[in-house]
Design a protein around this ligand. Sequence first.
Ligand SMILES: C[S@@+](CC[C@H](N)C(=O)[O-])C[C@H]1O[C@@H](n2cnc3c(N)ncnc32)[C@H](O)[C@@H]1O
Length: 377
Amino acid sequence: MSTFTPTHAHLAAAQRPSAPVPPVFIVNLVLKLRRLLLRAADAVVPSYMAVYDRFMGAGHTMLVHSAARLRIADLLVDGPFSGAELAARTGSDADVMERVMLALVSIGIFRRLADGRFANNRTSKGLITGATGGVRGFAEFFGHKPVLRAWARMPQTLEDGKRAFKEVHGQLAWDWIAGKPEVQAAFAEGMSSMTEVVAPAIAASYPFQEVKTVCDVGGGMGIVLAAVLRKHPHLKGILFDSESMLGEAKAYLEAAGIADRVELVAGSFFDSVPRGADCYLIKTVLHNWEDPEALKILQNCRAAMEPGQRLLVPDFLVLADAFSTLVPFMDMAGLMIYEGRERSPEKLAGMFAQAGLKMGRTAPLPGVQIVFEAIAV
Ligand SMILES: C[S@@+](CC[C@H](N)C(=O)[O-])C[C@H]1O[C@@H](n2cnc3c(N)ncnc32)[C@H](O)[C@@H]1O
């Protein structure tokens, strides 16, 4: 994740006021209703139709990957266009483009007008480059061949429990990503877009007026720190990440107008975490690592903290009765690709205790994320 150059869209996002966040209970209610309706439909349609969609998942991945890679949603901002026009603009085969677009329409991405041309719909707008909460980058990332080959190892991984990516490619996914600028850019774009959508809710989730300096550990581009510092003008920030990531974060923080309040500290959270803040934050980092590494990161955070200080951990919420596929599939991506795992609140509380932290309050975020508060004991 180290050579992501912020796009104009991301720098523009840094300058925009925070987007309004829908109330968490409404988002979760709608997700539960959606699951109920899908189950009701599954109970009525012939079972082959209900199952077909699921085993054609590889096809879905590649259709959406292709649309993301060719930036079809960006093109359709100036549309609508026919399949032939889209083919001409992307250097693609016209017959194949028409059929690919029809297949995408059948899974609810893009819409076909009465005259046969294609247009964006609400779902495909999530594939527009730089859309807040958009997924273009991740849609491109998950269709890369080495990622697909790792998924294809699932039968052996079920037998031997080994992590797929390293077994298939002989290197960790993070090292592969770091060595491929186009893959790295797609991953970082996906990560930034998803963080932008929850950052304002994180900034509103905690009484930041009680503290003076917030350190974001593995804070990436500084998207969360920017949201927190913009909402709380008295705060100073420390952005802690790898050297190469910080180079890219600088432009983002400048565009957000808070660069003068942020100290950039380069290093590895496996060695140590900077001292001197009175509040620490670590967002969707622990789930990228297996237990021994995640525990080491927590211990290093604790070592930087004074008793009573807080570590805020915005992360995905594992529920026994998941009402969205997002977290269970993220857990599968941890198993098959990046060697991490999603953790239940109980599991996380146990790891906090091992690191000298105790579980405090929690604050839900829109979708299936939550902020856990860990207090140094
Ligand atoms: C999944 S991203 C999360 C970024 C950010 N917290 C967010 O939610 O947008 C993980 C972050 O951890 C950083 N990272 C990975 N290994 C690291 C290490 N050993 N020390 C410090 N940061 C590291 C990456 O550069 C990246 O910014």
